[in-house]
Design a protein around this ligand. Structure first.
Ligand code: ZN
Length: 75
């Protein structure tokens, strides 16, 4: 997971080193602004608004807490 700033992704000739997604992975709204969170997965990257990254992380943690209670034998 990383924090990406537009200035980190654009070369001095205006080309992207790698281009952010058009939409946020979590909320599907356009990725405006110039700071994002990204995550490298096994088959690609996801890009999020910073606030959406927090929401996704919190929801994943809630899922994990439920999983620990429902399926402790699988841990
Ligand atoms: Zn978002």
């Amino acid at each position: 997971m990383g924090l990406a700033k537009l200035s980190d992704l654009v070369t001095n000739v205006g080309e992207y080193v790698y281009k952010p997604a058009e939409q946020c992975f979590y909320c599907a709204e356009p990725l405006g602004g110039d700071v994002w969170i990204f995550w490298n997965g096994t088959d690609g990257q996801i890009w999020l608004h910073p606030a959406c990254a927090k929401r996704l992380a919190d929801n994943l943690n809630k899922d994990w807490e439920r999983f620990k209670v429902v399926c402790p034998e699988l841990l």
